[in-house]
Design a protein around this ligand. Sequence first.
Ligand SMILES: *Cc1c(COP(=O)(O)O)cnc(C)c1O
Length: 220
Amino acid sequence: MIRDQIKQLSVGLPPGTRLIAVSKTHTADKIMEAYEAGQRDFGENKVQELVAKYEALPKDIRWHMIGHLQSNKVKYIAPFVHLIHGVDSVKLLQEIDKQGQKIGRKIPCLLQFHIAQEESKFGFSKEEVNALLSSTKLADLRHIQLCGVMGMATFTEKSVQIRREFQELASIFKALKQDHFSSVESFQEISMGMSDDYPIAVEEGSTIIRVGSKIFGERL
Ligand SMILES: *Cc1c(COP(=O)(O)O)cnc(C)c1O
């Protein structure tokens, strides 16, 4: 089952788009089933669970932190995390930079944008990021490698709205790339799309989809 889902999802993706298997709450056995089907990128949203799975599972897995990250927990994942998707404040950026400096690593991050209508979803607004970019704050963070943007659409059946929100994120990415990161090669990712909305996200230019329940079934 897991194997078939991984294969089916992977063959359906355009060449520029990667699949992250979101394994939060699922057992190591299930992760190994996906691993044996060739999957190497996995996403988790809790630091403790991420660290435990990193320690227990094969070392060629690329671990993505996709959830809200608290500053005081950055140190536990800094040495090994492949990409932090949910960077949503200057304070968090500064803490990631500090931990990167301690261990001599440039830590790959995405800026999370608030594109949904719901209040509850985390993320920067365009204005906040523009303010950050017009200061020297970002340039001072030498142990951050900015790789692009991330966002979550509103939880709704209305595909027109979901599409509009993904278009918004893609246009934010394009403007940032053009105006601030044209010479930064690593700045190339748009992380958007989950089990229920990834086909729309892919059509709107997603480079990373984060799919959980469609692969592993319902969460525990
Ligand atoms: C849980 C989660 C996903 C995966 O959700 P599914 O609907 O199970 O595919 C993707 N992104 C984030 C940020 C998540 O927390």
